[in-house]
Design a protein around this ligand. Structure first.
Ligand SMILES: NC(=O)c1ccc[n+]([C@@H]2O[C@H](COP(=O)([O-])OP(=O)(O)OC[C@H]3O[C@@H](n4cnc5c(N)ncnc54)[C@H](OP(=O)(O)O)[C@@H]3O)[C@@H](O)[C@H]2O)c1
Length: 309
């Protein structure tokens, strides 16, 4: 099969399709024929060497896939050959930018019926991040208030919709060009970060979801009520400051979870969540896909459609 093998850490030019063996499913694993793979910022961070102590060269990049089950390992009874599925893969194993990938069956869910493979591939990592941050970490309940930064990003665009599907009040930050888009995702209050100060517009919130870090993270503490929670998915730098004002600040790292993904698929099929796709590129445009992700300006998810011969 062909796969994007990382043989040395570096820039997008290191992303090359190479021939490698088709992996074989071990017990409790499935082999998926990949129809589409999504790009996540973690992919280019790993490409640059972020997890170099955990990942042995060469390896195949990619954590989000949608495709068709080709074979199941022993002990797998919830999937069969021919099932249309999607999955977030283990971050430290990757394997998604490839014609075939094996992964634990417990990371896999049936693809939402409403979505094609490209749309489905865009869902797992970003939506699971949003869900786990809001409900596993911050334990939000209906009617509570959440401020979501970078609402036009992969994580933010799912977070806004998942929060609204749970009857939360949502404020969201974005730039002028994306205001209409974020309103269309259902946010109650859309804040133009280039014109407005979110700390004056949002106060006494239960949670802030922070995909940005830096001064956005530290200023966000002002938006929380006592006992509120800031969950960052980037570097946590405001823990001490948070303690001083009586709020919690924590970092979370997304975990693969097929059961939760199945729940998200149900919300998609019920019309409550729709992936926001920035661009669908072909396999040969993998380097451009990373450049777009690395620009930090993508409106939603970037997807690679597998078209290899
Ligand atoms: N810890 C974890 O488990 C985990 C999981 C997923 C992602 N992450 C990390 O979280 C970060 C975000 O991921 P992502 O996939 O959502 O990124 P992304 O899709 O690349 O985010 C791009 C978006 O960010 C917006 N943005 C940039 N600066 C902004 C600002 N100051 N205020 C509001 N919006 C701003 C941009 O909108 P404008 O053009 O309108 O500014 C753009 O649409 C990445 O660093 C990623 O590695 C961590």
């Amino acid at each position: 099969m062909k796969a994007v093998m990382v043989s040395n850490f570096g820039g997008p030019e290191t992303l090359l399709w190479k021939e490698t063996e088709i992996p074989q499913p071990k017990p409790h694993e499935v082999l998926i024929k990949v129809k589409a793979a999504a790009i996540n910022p973690v992919d280019w961070k790993v490409r640059e060497g972020m997890l170099k102590d955990l990942m042995q060269l060469p390896f195949v990049l990619g954590c989000d896939v949608a495709g068709i089950v080709q074979e199941v390992g022993s002990g797998v009874d919830n999937f069969k050959e021919g099932d249309e599925v999607f999955a977030m893969l283990d971050l430290t194993k990757g394997g998604g930018y490839a014609e075939f990938v094996t992964t634990e069956a417990e990371f896999v869910a049936l693809k939402p019926k409403r979505l094609n493979f490209e749309e489905a591939a865009s869902v797992p990592l970003a939506s699971l991040t949003a869900w786990q941050a809001m409900f596993d970490e911050a334990q939000l309940k209906a009617k509570q208030k959440v401020l979501i930064h970078a609402a036009s990003g992969g994580v933010g665009s799912f977070a806004v919709q998942i929060a609204k599907a749970h009857d939360l009040y949502v404020a969201a930050t974005t730039s002028t060009k994306n205001i209409k888009l974020i309103k269309s995702l259902g946010a109650d209050l859309v804040i133009d970060y280039s014109q407005e100060d979110f700390t004056t517009l949002c106060q006494n919130y239960d949670m802030v979801l922070d995909p940005l870090g830096g001064e956005v993270q530290s200023r966000s503490l002002k938006c929380l009520k006592k006992g509120g929670t800031l969950v960052t998915i980037v570097n946590l730098t405001c823990q001490e400051a948070a303690k001083k004002v009586g709020v919690t600040a924590l970092h979370t790292l997304v975990r693969p979870d097929g059961d939760r993904l199945a729940q998200i698929a149900n919300l998609i099929d019920a019309g409550k969540i729709k992936p926001l796709i920035a661009q669908i590129l072909t396999s040969s445009e993998i380097q451009a896909a990373h450049q777009l992700s690395q620009s930090g300006r993508a409106q939603g998810k970037i997807v690679i459609k597998m078209q290899l011969n």
